[in-house]
Ligand binder design. Structure first.
Ligand code: SF4
Length: 231
């Protein structure tokens, strides 16, 4: 327990986090114990994350969701047929005020299930909680309409993955059509009108020009910028 407490302090995690990650590593590398069951919600820090889907419009070169859909010892692997419904999420969240925010993400593109997010976000807001969506920004293309006005009053923060600083690199990294880069930026601009806090983020990998990414976010689009480590 002493080692777990020291590791937790060192990595700014809880002892529960260290215990879960250690059990996961023992199973993954040495096949000791059992594979963790899928988590439909999972706490990280003081936020609660909602595992919305494993489906994604992209197939990023750096994404491990198909082989190892695990994050911080949580199993986020989820078959399309096993995706939870609104009531299952509401029950799993419980009291939204216990958390700093409820984050809709998962190891996939959450706006694929925008109708489910809307209903669950409505529950969170009615019960005094805060909401965030982590997305790679294809929501308007996927849903065949501009969904950003529907976010008003439901979504407090949206974090959009910029991933690259030009359409060609974006398409290469995410293995999508080049036109999705402009769609992502357009989605971000539109979200500014309806969501109080909008963030463009990039994963800090050597291929990405961080200062250029910051300038696109702050100077061109007029939103916040964040460099993040990948999962
Ligand atoms: S957008 Fe996210 S979930 Fe989808 S392929 Fe890329 S890294 Fe994976």
């Amino acid at each position: 327990m002493y080692v777990a407490e020291e590791l937790a302090k060192l990595h700014h995690l809880t002892v529960e986090d260290i215990t879960r990650i250690t059990a996961y590593n023992a199973w993954r590398f040495f096949k000791i114990g059992k594979a963790p069951e899928t988590s439909i919600v999972y706490p990280i820090g003081d936020a609660l994350y909602v595992n919305v889907t494993n489906r994604c419009n992209a197939d990023c070169v750096f994404c491990g969701r198909k082989e190892t859909p695990f994050l911080a010892g949580y199993n986020l692997g989820m078959d399309k047929n096993d995706e939870p419904d609104v009531q299952q999420y509401v029950t799993a969240i419980g009291a939204p005020m216990k958390y700093s925010e409820i984050v809709f993400c998962g190891y996939g593109e959450p706006t694929i299930r925008w109708d489910v997010i809307k209903s669950v976000a409505g529950f969170v807001k009615e019960n005094g909680g805060k909401t965030r969506i982590n997305t790679n920004g294809p929501g308007n293309v996927i849903n065949h309409r501009d969904i950003t006005p529907e976010m008003e009053g439901l979504i407090d923060t949206i974090s959009v993955s910029l991933n690259a600083t030009d359409a060609k690199k974006y398409a290469e990294l995410m293995r999508v059509d080049e036109k999705m880069y402009a769609e992502m930026l357009d989605f971000t601009k539109k979200a500014k009108k309806f969501v109080p806090t909008v963030v463009l983020s990039v994963v800090g990998i050597p291929d990405v020009d961080i200062e250029k990414a910051r300038s696109i976010a702050v100077d061109e689009i007029g939103v916040n910028f964040r460099e993040r480590t990948y999962f």
